[in-house]
Design a protein around this ligand. Structure first.
Ligand SMILES: [Ca+2]
Length: 260
């Protein structure tokens, strides 16, 4: 590999400084290898530990998202840089970050309800969604002819830990939704204002996403931040996956080249 090309003087200089920095000269080469491996692992680990996934849907695809639906899949389309869901069904469907499991996380996005189809019609934020029987969530919309914001746990197919407050939702108006979970605390903000919060300790990790039921809804500018979330965006994976892989490989190669 790169050892044949590495300049001896450069290698010696780095080796000397590394041994000096840890105060050891004996078995220097072994220590160097360990140091390089640790450096490599740290770089890779830090790149995976925390990040921000952004999607403004301007590239017209849903790469990186995976649908989780209750009862029936949804009809999702991207129109003019917005994600549109036509959901003439009482049960919700989500788009979640594919293959990403989170514990503490923040999800925010812009959304509106354009048309009502059912008596239950709402936009939802799914937090620590494990499957269709286990999720914590916020729901904002119409429930039995009341316009409310709900925070609850859907646990083994039942509503538990239910919290609700009146919320005068306006049809056709864009809102900025933000859901945060830290430890056991779940909090919902709408347009920067705290709407409700609740504590729940039964779900410690899961997927993160958004969706709707009983209406035609529009979504845009999704931003998800948290441990285990990759740095991607502004339009999801389509234009960034290559760059992300190149950056990660660049970090690994850099660490290896220093040593070998
Ligand atoms: Ca957009």
């Amino acid at each position: 590999m790169r050892d044949a090309k590495l300049e001896p003087a450069r290698k010696r200089a780095w080796a000397g400084s590394s041994c000096l920095s840890i105060g050891l000269n004996k078995n220097c080469e072994v220590i160097e290898i360990k140091f390089a491996v640790v450096l490599c692992l740290l770089l890779v680990a830090f790149s995976a530990w925390a990040g921000t996934f952004r999607d403004d849907f301007e590239d017209g695809n849903l790469t990186g998202w995976r649908q989780i639906w209750w009862k029936a899949p949804g009809n999702w389309n991207i129109e003019n840089g917005q994600l549109v869901l036509n959901r003439d069904h009482d049960w919700v469907t989500y788009q979640t970050l594919a293959d990403i499991i989170v514990d503490d996380v923040t999800i925010e996005f812009d959304a509106q309800i354009e048309q009502l189809f059912r008596n239950y019609a709402a936009i939802e934020l799914g937090l620590r969604t494990q499957d269709t029987d286990h999720t914590a969530y916020f729901s904002i919309g119409r429930w039995n002819n009341r316009w409310i914001a709900i925070g609850a746990l859907w646990w083994m197919g039942r509503f538990e830990n239910w919290h609700e407050v009146p919320f005068p939702f306006e049809m056709g108006r864009w809102y900025h939704f933000k859901g945060i979970v830290q430890g056991n605390k779940f909090t919902l903000f709408i347009d920067g204002k705290k709407i409700l919060t609740f504590n729940e300790g039964r779900l410690v990790k899961g997927k993160v996403g958004f969706g709707a039921a009983g209406c035609k809804a529009r979504f845009d500018n999704v931003v998800i931040t948290g441990d285990g979330v990759p740095d991607v965006g502004p339009s999801g994976y389509a234009i960034q996956r290559k760059a992300l892989l190149a950056t990660t490989w660049g970090k690994i190669r850099c660490a290896l080249e220093i040593e070998f």
